[in-house]
Design a protein around this ligand. Structure first.
Ligand code: ZN
Length: 346
């Protein structure tokens, strides 16, 4: 693959600072961003494992790649594994420089708080074989002028990693992200007829995905059909568990029965989904991890409040939502705090 220097996507908006800045501040900001070009992001990184058959086999299984070149005596690694050999895992790498964190802090401070990976490019200079020792350096290759995309305006950051095998150049890996300020999304009632925001109403709505019902969780969905939320209880040690599993994680017993949840719970945690949009879901919406009064937690939706009013600790109460003719889902309605006004439905 050729190493193109061009930055994809979006029209340039020159001479502007952060999302709300003036032109002079904008020029200074862009200069400060460009000063990161050429700064090291990692030096003398060392792959945590040499190229090895086990990682190659796992990769090929995950990718569904049965090519014989990646198996047996004389095997090579799939070229697209290039970056895999450099990954630091949860514990990270030595030799990581602070430039990347500094650049992110500068962009965060200017309001470009969101990040999305956009694309990567790789070049291969020699095959990698089991036993090869991987070393690498990484550099911030470019920071783009401000670009406007469908997600919002921001700056593309391209990081180039040069990978060596036993000290010889083996390939390059370019990784590009967009640090951006999310575009404001018009509320549905403000969208002009025929405008993009109104389009979903004009199309038949996609069906909400069906739950996967199997031998291990069929009883749960039978409970839902009877408007009951059933929690499994271990026959050995009495531990409650959710989601449903064939055995107990605590004592290993396979015997179990169920108890019916009282329906009381609180929001233990939540996220608000903005992007990507999935058919049948209308972002933004809140996805909550609800802790039931019985102590187990489940992922569901909170109804009765706007997505941006969901809070950790918010009391909620189980109800059953008929989504369509076939599908009923347990969801949780926000319980009004004493003294609060009527909750607006988003
Ligand atoms: Zn148990």
């Amino acid at each position: 693959m050729p190493g193109a220097g061009a930055v994809p996507g979006g029209g340039s908006v020159p001479g502007s600072a952060g999302p709300d800045g003036d032109a002079d501040a904008g020029a200074a900001f862009e200069k400060a961003l460009r000063a990161f070009e050429g700064r090291s992001a990692a030096t003398e990184g060392v792959g945590k494992d040499p190229v090895n058959e086990a990682m190659i086999r796992h990769w090929c299984e995950a990718m569904g790649d049965a090519h014989p070149a990646y198996r047996g005596p004389g095997a090579v690694a799939p070229p697209t594994m290039l970056q895999a050999w450099t990954m630091g895992g949860l514990s990270g790498h030595q030799g990581r420089s602070p430039a990347h964190d500094e650049l992110f802090a500068l962009l965060d401070g200017a309001g470009y708080r969101a990040v999305v990976a956009t694309d990567c490019e790789q070049e291969y200079l020699r095959p990698l074989r089991p036993g090869d020792v991987i070393t690498f350096d990484a550099v911030i290759e470019s920071v783009s002028p401000r670009k406007t995309t469908k997600l919002g305006s921001g700056h593309f950051i391209t990081t180039r990693m040069d990978v060596r095998a036993n000290g010889e150049p083996a390939g390059t890996h370019r990784f590009r992200i967009l640090k951006y300020a999310p575009a404001a999304r018009p509320a549905p009632q403000e969208a002009a007829p025929g405008a993009q925001g109104a389009a979903p109403d004009a199309r038949p709505k996609a069906e909400r995905p069906r739950p996967v019902v199997n031998r291990d969780n069929a009883g749960f969905w039978e409970g839902v059909a009877d408007r009951k939320l059933l929690i499994q209880r271990c026959g050995g040690c009495g531990t409650l568990r959710f989601p449903w599993l064939p055995g107990c994680n605590r004592c290993g017993a396979a015997e179990w029965d169920t108890i019916e949840a009282s329906g009381a719970g609180t929001v233990y945690s939540y996220v608000v989904m903005h992007h990507p949009p999935f058919p049948a879901f209308d972002p933004p919406y809140a996805v909550a991890l609800v802790e039931l009064a019985e102590g187990v937690r489940m992922v569901s939706n909170v109804t009765g409040v706007r997505y941006d009013a969901v809070r950790i600790g918010m009391p909620v109460r189980l109800e059953f939502l008929r989504v369509d003719e076939e599908l009923v889902l347990p969801v949780f309605r926000a319980v009004e705090a004493p003294g609060a006004g009527p909750g607006g439905e988003g």
